[in-house]
Every structure is written in structure tokens, then in C-alpha cells.
Design a protein around this ligand. Structure first.
Ligand SMILES: Nc1ncnc2c1ncn2[C@@H]1O[C@H](COP(=O)(O)OP(=O)(O)OP(=O)(O)O)[C@@H](O)[C@H]1O
Ligand SMILES: Cc1ncc(COP(=O)(O)O)c(N)n1
Length: 260
């Protein structure tokens, strides 16, 4: 069985973060493992508290995973602080795993900050260079490229700008576009669109986490980057279509739609 590690924050309500990742990894019939960077007290209506893990404890978790069950792919989500980013980078350089998907999580859908402002440069300079693919949403891509993104043309310009300082694959997600949910893959100068019909469903808590852990699972299973994104987009579309409606705010996805 292929092994997939998620390095992310915990969402006690199960919709995003570690919990969404492990559900997604399991739905892909891979073995899921987790390194928790922070605990969040959150639900579908908002984030009500964050307790970051100590740096030593993040390193301890990473050592436990890497020295015993070496992952075939890794998804990195909420990393919380400069110190935690440094710890993760140090351990990735030590163990040199392949297939690293970085979802540069900055702000929750509900508007709460999940990354300290002073940590953005560290994310850019330390963690992103170690990744195979990054999966910013429109807001995160704006921070990475330095200008506003409103249209699909802007998405291409943003990807070109980000690629000036980054060698890997860039997937800019169009979930927050006004019309279709089209995602752009920019790989070494080549543009590839993954078109997605917008599904009318306000329950989108954890879509970014789900997509990035689905991509990591597909890479672990041996698919190339384009196949991995195509399969992951299909997975997320199904999970949105399956229309789970729980909680008082923007609810989670339905990961059970494919499980027998
Ligand atoms: N209403 C929708 N219909 C179809 N696909 C969607 C919809 N909303 C998001 N997606 C898809 O879900 C994936 C995640 O994109 P999105 O832009 O929502 O990421 P995100 O903002 O990081 O997610 P999160 O809400 O977890 O922060 C993308 O493939 C996007 O196209
Ligand atoms: C622990 C954690 N990680 C990531 C997100 C982003 O997901 P969303 O934007 O859907 O709230 C989150 N809310 N919580």
C-alpha cells in the first residue's frame, strides 16, 4: 500500500486540515499518516482558537514517521509560524522525500488567519522551493505574485510571475472565480487548464485541503502531475456534488461518496 503523510493543522470539526486529508487519503486507498503543526478549535462557522505545536514536537513527529514508515508523498497545509516552517524544512532536507505538495494555507474560508504575517517570506524562501507542486487559491496566489487576480488571464500572469522564482509546478485554483471553477497548471512555461463546472453548493469547507491531499495520494500511486490533478479535480467535484449539508456555516465535503 502507498503511504501518504499530511503535515497540517487539526480541524476538530473534521472538515479541513488533517481530518480532511486523512479522509481523502483513505478514500484513495492509501495509508495515511499525520504530523500535526497546530490544533485549531474551529467549526463550519469559524476559527475560535489556535494552539501551535512546539518546534521540538513537530520535529519529533517527523522523525517518528520518517524513520519507520517512509512516505511516498507528502501534503503540507497549515504551517502556522516561522519556527515551524524552519523545522519542517530542516527535516525535509534531512530525509529527502519525493512528491511534496505544498498548499500555502494562509487564511480560512471564514476569514481567520492560519499563518502569521511574518511567516510568508519563510514559506516562499524555505518551504516552497522544496516542493514538487504548489496549490495556491486566488488570494494566496495574489500574495505570492504581488498583484490582484480577477480573471483567468490574470491567473496566467500570476503563474508566470511566481515561476520567476520557483521551478516546480504551479496550480492556481479557480474555486473563487466568478464563473466556472477552472484551475490553471503552469509547468515550466506550459499552460494546462483543468476545467470545472461550478457546482452550486455553499458547503466548501476544506476544498483546498482535499484537493492537495488527493494530488499527493495520486502522486504516491504513481500518476504523473497532470493525471494526478485531473483525478483530484474529479474527486473533489464528486465530493461537492454528493451534497452533504451539515453544520451551521459553510459545511464540509462528502468523502463517503466513493467508499464501499
Ligand atoms: N463551487 C465549486 N464547484 C466546483 N469546484 C469547486 C467549487 N469550489 C471550489 N472548487 C474546486 O475545489 C478546489 C479547491 O479550490 P479553492 O479555490 O476553493 O481552494 P481553497 O480556497 O484553497 O479552498 P479552501 O476553501 O479549503 O480554503 C479547486 O479544484 C476548485 O476548482
Ligand atoms: C487546520 C486548517 N487547515 C486549513 C484550513 C483551510 O480550509 P478552509 O479555507 O476551507 O477553511 C482550515 N480551515 N483549517
Amino acid at each position: 500500500m502507498k503511504k501518504v503523510l499530511t503535515i497540517a493543522g487539526s480541524d476538530c470539526s473534521g472538515g479541513a486540515g488533517i481530518q480532511a486529508d486523512l479522509k481523502t487519503i483513505t478514500a484513495h486507498k492509501c495509508y495515511g499518516m499525520s504530523v500535526i503543526t497546530a490544533l485549531t478549535a474551529q467549526n463550519t462557522t469559524g476559527v475560535y482558537g489556535i494552539e501551535a505545536c512546539s518546534v521540538d514536537f513537530v520535529k519529533n513527529q517527523m522523525d517518528c514517521v520518517f524513520t519507520d514508515i517512509f512516505p511516498d508523498a507528502i501534503k503540507i497545509g497549515m504551517v502556522a509560524s516561522i519556527e515551524i516552517i524552519e523545522a519542517i524544512s530542516e527535516k525535509l532536507k534531512e530525509y529527502k522525500p519525493k512528491n511534496i505538495v505544498v498548499d500555502p494555507v494562509m487564511v480560512a474560508t471564514s476569514g481567520s488567519k492560519l499563518l502569521n504575517d511574518d511567516a510568508i517570506n519563510m514559506l516562499l524562501n524555505e518551504l516552497i522551493p522544496l516542493s514538487t507542486v504548489i496549490t495556491p487559491n486566488l488570494f494566496e496566489a495574489e500574495i505570492l505574485c504581488g498583484f490582484k487576480i480577477k480573471t483567468t488571464e490574470d491567473m496566467v500572469k500570476a503563474a508566470r510571475k511566481i515561476a520567476e522564482n520557483y521551478d516546480g509546478h504551479i496550480l492556481i485554483k479557480g474555486g473563487h472565480l466568478e464563473d466556472n471553477a477552472n484551475d490553471l497548471l503552469f509547468s515550466k512555461g506550459t499552460i494546462h487548464w483543468f476545467e470545472g463546472e461550478r457546482i452550486i453548493n455553499s458547503n466548501t469547507h476544506g476544498t483546498g485541503c482535499t484537493l492537495s491531499s488527493a494530488i499527493a495520494s495520486n502522486l504516491a500511486l504513481g500518476h504523473n502531475i497532470e493525471e494526478s490533478i485531473r483525478n483530484s479535480k474529479e474527486y473533489i467535484t464528486g465530493a461537492l456534488r454528493a451534497n452533504l449539508d451539515i453544520g451551521k456555516g459553510s459545511g464540509p465535503l462528502n468523502h463517503c461518496y466513493k467508499i464501499v
